[in-house]
Design a protein around this ligand. Structure first.
Ligand code: PLP
Length: 406
């Protein structure tokens, strides 16, 4: 049965609000999604009925909270089709997940003269942690280019991966263009050279069914808040063989086995990488978000968004002065564009007067903006609750804004 975004919307209380006297049209989902009732209720319930510090208490409350928290780990493992729950590490988000790998994997494996490869269209959080790791180790960062359609340059990939490459770190879906990259094929190529691959899944996990075993990626990172869950919780999946070899990256409670002033031994996976009190309410909220996505069904959700994108594309394609920086095919719900002679900030600010929330600027991808030679773009990005009516409202408002700003 086709999924109805109107019925999905009803589960999202924030979507009923108005902005400047107009119904909110929220099209900035690549930045963060709104939250369904189930997520709000799960977090509320935690503080009303379960709050206690986990993994330590012998009393009922702490045991219940610990059980619920560990159930989330199991649920995330199922969501990503990870082989084992201890390969799931909770972090604050994609940024922290990548920083964890850059620091820990970097410390263990990166040496002077080694290379780390990223692409030109990475989010800053999949660039800067690697720059820092390279600075610490004396390794070099190499950059894979793209073609005019925003596709990764697969010929250049063969040339760029080499004997000194220690890791390839790529986004599965660009947060600027929405392009879905053929990461499975890329991972195969890298593995043929024994190069591990980290996938930034911040923009893929909310839109596509992810199977880390099928992808065979070595690491996969995503953020709860971009996938209908709360801010402050994220995930790093890592293959056990790497995680076992990697040193802890933060010290503190929970990550230890035994501490003396002479020597400390570390806890087993995944706790070795989870120092301090975790975000328990946020984890439970994340579980509710995964439940929501699984109830809709990831293939259905992607089909819904693809239809919406086709509708948006038709509206934007022929628009006077339109410069599109996305393509409609292989797109996970993002369109970046500019209108000739109109600054993206002016357009974004004026669209807000019509109740429309879109993102303007460099989208934390300044190297990509430099590559294109633009200061920024306007970006609309959809979620399961967006409707074709909202796209129509957006297109009408865009016409009015263009007339005012021209
Ligand atoms: N990677 C991509 C592709 C993103 O789009 C984002 C956020 O926009 C991030 C990483 C960083 O995510 P977070 O800020 O949730 O850590």
């Amino acid at each position: 049965m086709p999924i109805d975004p109107h019925s999905i919307r009803q589960r999202f209380p924030l979507l009923t609000r108005q902005v400047h006297g107009k119904p909110l049209v929220y099209l900035d989902n690549a930045a963060t999604t709104q939250k369904p009732e189930g997520v709000l209720e799960a977090m509320d319930h935690y503080y009303r009925a379960l709050n206690s510090n986990i993994h330590r208490g012998v009393y009922t409350l702490a045991q219940e909270a610990t059980d619920r928290y560990e159930e989330v780990r199991q649920a995330v493992a199922r969501f990503l089709h990870a082989p084992a729950a201890h390969e799931i590490i909770f972090t604050r988000g994609t940024t922290e997940s990548i920083n964890l790998v850059a620091q820990s994997f970097g410390q263990r494996y990166l040496r002077e003269g080694d290379e780390v490869v990223v692409s030109v269209m990475e989010h800053h959080s999949n660039i800067v942690p690697w720059q820092l790791a390279c600075q610490r180790s004396g390794a070099r960062l190499k950059v894979l280019g793209i073609d005019g359609q925003g596709r990764l340059d697969m010929d250049a990939l063969d040339a760029i991966l080499g004997e000194r490459t220690r890791l390839l770190a790529l986004t599965q879906v660009s947060n600027v263009t929405g392009r879905i990259h053929p990461v499975r094929e890329i991972i195969r190529k890298a593995h043929a050279l024994d190069i591990p691959v980290l996938i930034d899944g911040a923009q893929s996990a909310p839109h596509l069914a992810v199977d880390v075993q099928e992808l065979d990626c070595d690491f996969f990172a995503f953020s709860g808040h971009k996938a209908y869950g709360p801010m402050g919780i994220g995930v790093l999946y890592g293959k056990e063989r790497w995680l076992e070899e990697m040193p802890p990256w933060q010290g503190g409670g929970e990550m230890i086995d035994r501490v003396t002033f002479e020597e400390t031994t570390y806890n087993e996976l995944p706790y070795k990488f989870e120092a301090g009190t975790p975000a328990v309410a946020e984890a439970l909220g994340l579980k509710a978000a995964l439940d929501f996505m699984e109830a809709v069904g990831m293939p259905g959700l992607h089909a819904l968004e693809t239809e919406l994108m086709a509708h948006a594309w038709k509206k934007l394609e022929g628009f006077p002065g339109m410069r599109l920086y996305s393509a409609v095919e292989d797109n996970a719900g993002v369109i970046s564009f500019l209108l000739d002679g109109i600054h993206p900030y002016d357009l974004g600010t004026l669209l807000d007067r019509f109740g429309i929330a879109v993102r303007t600027g460099h989208h934390c991808a300044q190297p990509l903006m430099d590559h294109w030679g633009v200061p920024g773009t306007v970006r609309l990005s959809v979620a399961a609750y967006n409707t074709t009516e909202e796209i129509d409202i957006f297109a009408e408002a865009l016409e009015k804004c263009a007339a005012i700003l021209a």
